[in-house]
Design a protein around this ligand. Structure first.
Ligand code: NAP
Ligand code: MG
Length: 470
């Protein structure tokens, strides 16, 4: 844990283990935070708040700039830590750490865009709109992108003058702890960013309930998001929710097939399928479905599975035994109910750890859980459609609405799909890419509010309107 700038143990002295998902080996033992630890973290955040809130945005931005520089200097060591606790291939971990530095740099640059507004309403009536910090805020993040999501929350929260208590996922807390340490090295005053390690149901819940926490930014599953929203309702806390997704990818009959296959493989199997905006349902036009499937299987068959630290590895293990069992259960059920045909993968390679083969399922029944639930692992359900209209209708038949991609060269298909798809982000001839410069978030049960972009500054501050008559 990191409270008031110091690494500390839990008040009750309990600990928990972080393990390597590829081997089961213990990587670290960390303090298991309880209600009292959360209270101490919020005390520290409350004490540190006024000094930081009183500084200029440019001053606060300096800290983010220095943090980005230190992160860049330490990419190799941070990436190794990330791979050890999370499982992803070192190349993907390296990308994530670089992306984390980009986010800090982006928000540092916005320091100068963070301005109060002035309006002359009438000759004798002036108005100001002040952007003020919200106060002590909470961030709860998952394990799939623990570095990037740390940055998405910490960078705008701190730039806006708030203080923060962050609860990382219990299976990937080491990279967030290292990043919090770097922010302090970069000059962040103590108490402004505290990290309470431990479980979601104890530390996470205590943090969300803490009366003095004014805003909660949560990324995780839709089920937990619903719980967070209900708890926040008691005191009308501000809430941003980035939740689950079941992103459709639509491949039209005129698509560049090689690009589309490469996009599907990266979109589904990157991070072992554990990305909120992964390609989770694939809709392919029937005229090209056979050829597309042949090329897809060929490409999936070449994904080398292994420990993330081995250079040849293209896909690592799932992050936890629970995640593995869930994925295995979904594929086993598909076979038992004959609600789909597993054409590649569908088993565990004999490697120990939480490995599961990259899998493709065709002829998926309409009521299959592979289509109605979020499949958070390397399993791709492929559905044939007769035209774009059917693809869009089926894509929208989901409680989720995070991202969606369309692969076509036809501008009218692009316009039609962009307008009708129920999603917070639409990609045309790409998938997965989420630059920090533009807003990101979900519609429907995929979330509430937006992160990233200049919009994030509004989500991390309160507008105070001042009217003045002379
Ligand atoms: P999760 O179970 O909801 O956990 C997310 C975080 O919430 C973890 O830190 C967890 O702690 C904590 N938590 C659990 N119960 C809590 C409670 N009652 N109160 C407060 N905090 C609690 O999600 P996950 O399964 O780890 O993560 C995968 C999910 O995240 C997927 O659904 C994915 O789509 C979603 N996701 C969404 C986005 C997005 O931007 N939309 C981005 C990435 C991931 P523990 O680790 O200790 O359980
Ligand atoms: Mg969980």
């Amino acid at each position: 844990m990191l409270i008031n700038g110091e690494r500390v143990g839990a008040i009750e002295g309990r600990t928990f283990a972080v393990s390597d998902p590829a081997t089961g080996e213990m990587v670290a033992s960390l303090p298991f935070g309880g209600v009292e630890d959360v209270r101490a973290a919020v005390d520290a955040a409350e004490t540190a708040l006024p000094g930081w809130a009183g500084r200029s945005p440019r001053d606060r931005a300096h800290v983010l700039t220095s943090a980005a520089r230190i992160i860049r200097e330490r990419v190799p060591v941070l990436a190794r830590t990330l791979t050890r606790e999370q499982g992803k291939p070192l190349r993907e971990a390296t990308d994530e750490i670089r992306g984390t530095a980009n986010v800090f740099e982006y928000y540092a640059g916005l320091g100068s865009a963070f301005r109060d507004e002035f309006h002359r309403i009438a000759p004798d009536l002036d108005a100001q709109v002040l952007r003020q910090p919200i106060g002590v805020c909470a961030a709860v993040i998952p394990w799939n992108m623990p570095a990037l999501l740390f940055a998405w929350k910490a960078a705008p929260a701190l730039l806006c003058g708030n203080s923060l208590v962050l609860k990382p996922a219990s299976t990937a807390p080491l990279t967030p702890l290292a990043l919090a340490g770097i922010l302090h090295e970069a000059g962040l005053p103590r108490g402004l960013l505290n990290v309470v390690t431990g479980s979601g149901d104890v530390a996470g819940e205590a943090l969300v309930r803490e009366r003095r926490v004014r805003k909660i930014s949560f990324t995780g599953s839709t089920g937990t998001g619903r719980r967070v929203l209900a708890l926040a309702a008691a005191e009308i806390k501000r809430v941003t929710l980035e939740l689950g997704g079941s992103d459709p990818m639509i491949v039209c009959e005129d698509a560049d097939l090689d690009r589309a296959v490469a996009g599907a493989v990266a979109g589904r199997y990157y991070n072992c399928g554990q990305v909120c905006t992964a390609v989770k349902r694939l809709f392919v036009h029937e005229a090209i479905a056979d050829e597309f499937t042949r090329r897809l299987v060929n490409s999936v068959g070449r994904l080398t599975i292994g420990h993330g630290l081995e250079p040849a590895t293209k896909m690592g293990p799932l992050n936890s035994i629970e995640a593995l069992e869930r994925i295995k259960g979904l594929v086993d059920e598909t076979r038992e109910r004959e609600s789909g045909r597993v054409i590649i993968g569908g088993g565990r390679p004999g490697k120990g750890g939480n490995f599961y083969e990259p899998t493709v399922v065709t002829d998926v029944a309409e009521d299959s859980r592979l289509l109605s639930e979020e499949v958070f692992g390397p399993v791709m359900p492929l559905v044939r459609v007769k035209d774009l209209d059917e693809a869009i209708a089926r894509a929208n038949r989901s409680p989720f609405g995070l991202g969606a991609s369309v692969w076509t060269r036809n501008p009218s298909y692009m316009r039609e799909a962009t307008r009708r798809l129920e999603a917070g982000i639409v990609w045309l001839n790409l998938h997965l890419k989420v630059p920090p410069e533009v807003p990101f978030g979900g519609t429907k049960q995929s979330g509430l509010g937006r992160e990233n972009g200049i919009q994030a500054l509004e989500a991390w501050s309160e507008a105070k309107t001042v009217l003045l008559r002379d």
